[in-house]
Design a binder for this molecule. Structure first.
Ligand code: PGA
Length: 260
């Protein structure tokens, strides 16, 4: 199975020059890294999509080693409309964006994104055939209260709703990101990650047979020195990387951990 290594650049870096340099370094080094069966993807901020797309267009192969994702998509409209500040799925497709991140914990936390809104975002992405990287994860308090599975099951209701109302296929990746592990340097034990991934796999299987092969990736303080611990788990089909994705060498080193 292909492993997915996805860089979420969040609100980084500061300048267009830095963005172009990072994208260039990735394109230059990705082939010699020989990342067989590893699919890379980067998610720059909206304003940098075009510049990154232009760098990624210099990739040698027709099958791109590095795909382009956005960090969000409008829930308001999949096309055009009077929605100041929004970016639609259609506009993203026009920018050669392949995937969108939906439901990152920072969006849930700082922008109060709830299941209804996330469902609308997924529908809009789906309407334009964009892949969806759907993030779920428990807070520190949930973890302490040992209600991780209950929280994840509630968050996965969105996926259930998508499938209840459509018979069409959807390109989907589930990213399990414990909120307390994001940007903190703390990571759950591999046995915890393994059991949570198996729980998510079971939930998906109960929803729809089509979800059987959906990749489930881990995110939260993934670094070159701990990536192998995750890649060695058959239940982990890749990683979503924040901080360590801002350095080409460390991002490619993480990807290297997933080469079998
Ligand atoms: P981090 O972020 O790797 O910096 O912890 C991960 C994420 O938020 O996707």
């Amino acid at each position: 199975m292909t492993a997915w290594v996805i860089g979420n650049w969040k609100l980084n870096p500061t300048s267009l020059l830095e963005v172009k340099t990072l994208a260039q370094q990735l394109v230059q080094n990705v082939y010699q890294a020989k990342l067989d069966d590893v699919q890379l993807m980067v998610a720059p901020s909206f304003v940098h999509l075009s510049a990154v797309q232009s760098e990624l267009s210099h990739q040698e192969d027709t099958e791109p080693a590095i795909l382009l994702a956005s960090q969000d998509v409008s829930a308001m409209s999949a096309d055009i409309g009077a929605y100041t500040g929004e970016v639609s799925a259609n506009q993203l497709v026009d920018m050669d964006v392949d995937w969108v991140i939906v439901g990152h914990s920072e969006r849930r936390q700082y922008f109060d994104e709830d299941n209804d809104l996330l469902l609308q975002k997924i529908r809009n992405a789906q309407a334009k055939e964009l892949g969806v990287i759907f993030c779920i994860g428990e807070s520190e308090a949930d973890y302490q209260a040992e209600i991780t599975e209950k929280v994840l099951a509630e968050q996965l209701q969105v996926i259930y709703s998508v499938f209840e109302q459509t018979s069409s296929d959807i390109k989907l990746i589930i990213a399990y990101e414990p909120v307390w592990a994001i940007g903190t340097g703390r990571v759950p034990s591999t046995s915890d990650v393994d059991s949570v991934h198996k729980f998510i796999r079971q939930q998906l299987a109960n929803m729809d047979a089509k979800l059987q092969d959906v990749p489930i990736i881990y995110g939260g303080s993934v670094k070159p020195d701990n990536a192998k611990a995750f890649s060695s788990l058959p239940s982990v089909n890749g990683v979503l990387v924040g901080g360590a994705a801002l350095d080409a060498d460390s991002f490619l080193a993480i990807a290297q951990s997933f080469v079998e």
